[in-house]
Design a protein around this ligand. Sequence first.
Ligand code: TYC
Length: 101
Amino acid sequence: MAEIITTPTTKDEMKVERPRLHKVILVNDDYTPREFVVIVLKAIFRMSEDQAMRVMITAHRRGACVIAVYTKDVAEAKATHATDAGRSKGYPLLFTTEPEE
Ligand code: TYC
């Protein structure tokens, strides 16, 4: 059988774009205990104790903090999982996502 050789065209090459990344944002509130925020950041965002503590304090002081960037699906899944972890304990802890510029 004859071998079919395909060469990528310029048009095909131009279609390849890097997926847009989405930021996950930790939002401050007055009720969620600091230690709980740190536990969630370590468990869901794979942060060290030190990283999680810095991020939590930054959100606490500034009102919010960008904590990571992922593809859209991963950012949304992690933000939902982390927000649900707070809700399961009755805390208003909130993680949001937005596309990177
Ligand atoms: N502000 C909370 C407190 O003082 C702690 C906290 C920090 C909550 C960051 C949410 O995103 C947050 N207990």
